[in-house]
Design a protein around this ligand. Structure first.
Ligand SMILES: Nc1ncnc2c1ncn2[C@@H]1O[C@H](COP(=O)(O)OP(=O)(O)OP(=O)(O)O)[C@@H](O)[C@H]1O
Ligand SMILES: [Mg+2]
Length: 256
């Protein structure tokens, strides 16, 4: 199968066109802690195709925004909608999340992928066989029987991404998936992201790497202190960022 994607959707109950999560929107989102707004966004909408890069300094609220949109954190105010409905357990499989530090089961690489596939309804045998082809497509076939937690950082990150892609998610959130990886592992991850995108997965990627965002992103969300400062096309953002904050960030200045 080309492109590292899974040809057959595993869920039979999708609406026509297969879109359950998109458009994904948030309105009046507010997350407070100790009287401080960690996140305070009027409106955000993800639709169509492609990749949105989320940028901004440390502590800006990027990871929190991803968790809120993925339904992992419920905002104190405002609402997230997946299509027409609030985040729902039965739609979770349509959405993937790769965390900055991969969360892998204390099992083999193969079993990590087989686990999500059998959870989604495949028989044990089908799940193991499908998991093997997922690993081969991710060029991890030779590591299938290794304990996942003994893999290198780059291999673990590729495994986490392969596992997230095994269910062909409609939307995939990636939180700094290449933050501590070398150029070769970064390239491998970027190739998998490219394949997922060609397969129709809508991607949201947190990255501090402006080069990576330029290579991959169609649009940029720039956050600062929990607020959405810019939401622009990637070319426009990099050519002429509209805000002082984004200009300073891209110039490598310290933003307080
Ligand atoms: N569960 C929580 N309880 C309290 N504060 C939190 C919680 N989650 C996040 N924060 C705070 O919210 C702010 C935003 O955190 P977040 O992890 O989203 O930042 P970030 O933009 O992802 O930063 P980084 O680039 O360092 O990963 C930070 O000040 C963080 O300390
Ligand atoms: Mg973060």
């Amino acid at each position: 199968m080309p492109d590292g994607t899974c040809a057959r959707p595993l869920q039979a109950d999708l609406p026509a066109g297969g879109r359950a999560i998109l458009p994904l929107s948030g309105r009046g989102l507010k997350v407070m802690h100790d009287g401080r707004a960690l996140l305070d966004l009027e409106e955000i909408q993800l639709s169509g195709q492609g990749l949105t890069a989320v940028m901004g300094p440390n502590g800006a609220g990027k990871s929190l925004l991803l968790r809120v949109l993925a339904g992992l954190v419920t905002p104190g105010r405002g609402a997230v909608l997946w299509g027409e409905v609030p985040p729902r357990r039965d739609l979770r499989n349509r959405l993937g999340f790769v965390f900055q530090n991969p969360v892998l089961l204390r099992r083999s690489a193969l079993a990590n992928v087989a686990y999500v596939l059998s959870h989604a309804g495949l028989s044990r045998k089908q799940a193991r066989s499908e998991a093997r082809s997922v690993l081969v497509r991710a060029r991890l076939g030779h590591l299938a029987d290794r304990p996942a937690r003994l893999l290198s950082g780059g291999e673990q990150q590729r495994l986490a991404l392969a596992r997230a892609l095994a269910l062909t998610p409609e939307v995939l959130f990636l939180d700094e998936p290449t933050a501590s990886l070398d150029p070769a592992s970064t390239l491998a991850i970027e190739e998998m992201i490219g394949a997922a995108r060609r397969g129709g997965t809508r991607l949201v990627l947190v990255s501090h790497d402006a080069g990576q965002a330029r290579r991959l992103a169609d649009e940029i969300l720039f956050l600062h202190r929990g607020r959405l400062i810019e939401h622009s096309r990637a070319e426009a953002f990099f050519e002429a960022p509209a805000s002082r904050e984004a200009r300073a960030y891209l110039a490598g200045e310290i933003l307080l």
